[in-house]
Design a binder for this molecule. Structure first.
Ligand code: SF4
Ligand code: SF4
Length: 174
């Protein structure tokens, strides 16, 4: 079993550059992982690594997902956010949200998120479930979700470090 053997990489500029350098390697890793082990075994490895790196990386010193992504919002999120902003739900929807291409899901319009203060969420205790669940590493069938996981590799240090540690743990040859 590999315990974290290096300090996690948290330099966002460096991670972004590495994502370009490792682009084709990461595609090869997707294929490699599909044949490496049963999906449940990989999920166990990923969840352990996620625990290690989530503890080692301080999200309040990062906040990059709140700058770069637009969280999806449920009705109760919008109602709560409207109450924080002291406006009606309708006004909040009109001014601060937008639908996805299929008009199915509502997302926060602003980037960075208007509730991000410096690098911290100002409504952390009541943040949307989509924010709480990010970066979605604990969901099942990681190896079949690697394409969507890799979309977050360049912007989330937790994802970056977990994927790089998983390469080592599964003896993937770079
Ligand atoms: S609601 Fe909070 S956690 Fe979610 S994107 Fe905005 S600042 Fe980040
Ligand atoms: S979840 Fe990832 S991108 Fe978001 S604040 Fe934490 S380390 Fe940064």
């Amino acid at each position: 079993m590999i315990i974290m053997d290096t300090t996690p990489e948290i330099n966002l500029e460096k991670i972004k550059k590495q994502a370009v350098v490792f682009e084709s390697e990461n595609l090869e890793f997707r294929t490699y992982l599909k044949n490496y082990a049963h999906s449940k075994q990989i999920d166990i490895m990923v969840q352990r690594l996620n625990g290690i790196y989530s503890n080692a990386i301080d999200c309040t010193q990062c906040g990059n997902c709140c700058k770069e992504l637009q969280p999806s919002l449920a009705e109760n999120d919008i109602a709560f956010m409207a109450s924080v902003k002291n406006c009606s739900v309708q006004q909040f929807e009109n001014e601060h949200t937008q639908y996805d291409e299929l008009d199915k899901y509502r997302f926060m319009k602003s980037q960075p998120c208007l509730f991000l203060k410096e690098k911290k969420c100002s409504i952390y205790e009541n943040r949307p479930a989509s924010c709480d669940e990010y970066p979605h590493l604990n969901k099942p069938d990681f190896k079949y979700r690697l394409k969507s996981v890799l979309a977050n590799y360049e912007l989330c240090p937790i994802v970056y470090n977990v994927v790089e540690a998983l390469k080592k743990e599964t003896h993937f040859k770079k």
